[in-house]
Ligand binder design. Structure first.
Ligand SMILES: *[C@@H]1O[C@H](CO)[C@@H](O)[C@H](O)[C@H]1NC(C)=O
Ligand SMILES: *[C@@H]1O[C@H](CO)[C@@H](O)[C@H](O)[C@H]1NC(C)=O
Ligand SMILES: *[C@@H]1O[C@H](CO)[C@@H](O)[C@H](O)[C@H]1NC(C)=O
Length: 172
């Protein structure tokens, strides 16, 4: 198969680039198994997480009731959901990349902040310990995983891309 369709070639290259880039993405599941919900102590959760620049948070929640808003310190302290910085809410399995070394504040509007749905965490500069060296030390709620694969359609695309790569390798 000498004459490879250039579109296919582009797809393969893009897939491989994406796989390599996403291999190092670290995702922190806010609240662990409980996700983003009422009556979870996110101060305790955050105390057990080491979060570095470039890593991601995922909020899992019932979007019918809750949302995720990035706010400033004052709003976090007062549970003020009005003048938020950013609305992160999408479908209830929402990822957010932490791009700066600074404190981040999040809360759920609709009064749920008063029921514990507020998160403060500090994002650190620098590289986390190499995964090969300290796999056992990784927080239980962190997984290395491509954030974009969380939606089923993206997962399907990934699956198809891998299948395509394998098919090409087979025919070459
Ligand atoms: C959450 O846990 C921290 C640390 O254990 C504690 O100081 C704080 O009072 C707790 N918050 C709530 C709302 O229970
Ligand atoms: C947070 O935002 C509110 C509303 O925009 C503003 O009044 C307040 O000064 C801000 N606080 C900080 C610490 O930036
Ligand atoms: C946040 O964004 C979601 C999805 O775009 C939207 O449905 C919701 O109304 C927004 N919430 C606020 C408080 O702006």
């Amino acid at each position: 198969m000498r004459m490879m369709n250039s579109g296919v070639m582009v797809a393969v290259v893009m897939t491989m680039g994406w796989l390599m880039a996403s291999a190092t993405a670290i995702l922190h599941k806010v609240g662990g198994k409980q996700g983003w919900d009422q009556n979870v102590n996110y101060t305790e959760w955050a105390a057990n997480e080491q979060v570095y620049v470039g890593e991601w948070l995922i909020f899992n929640f019932g979007k019918r009731y809750y949302n995720v808003l990035e706010v400033n310190k004052t709003s976090y302290e007062n549970c003020n959901d009005q003048a938020f910085i950013k609305n992160i809410t999408r479908g209830g399995r929402d990822v957010y990349q932490l791009t700066e070394a600074r404190p981040y504040y999040f809360l759920s509007g609709g009064g749920y902040c008063w029921h514990g749905m507020k998160l403060y965490l500090t994002v650190h500069d620098g590289l986390p310990p190499a995964p090969e060296l300290a796999p056992a030390l990784a927080p239980a709620t962190s997984v290395a995983c491509p954030p974009n694969s969380l939606t089923s359609s993206a997962a399907e695309m990934l699956f198809l891309s891998i299948a395509l790569c394998l098919a090409l390798m087979w025919t070459l």
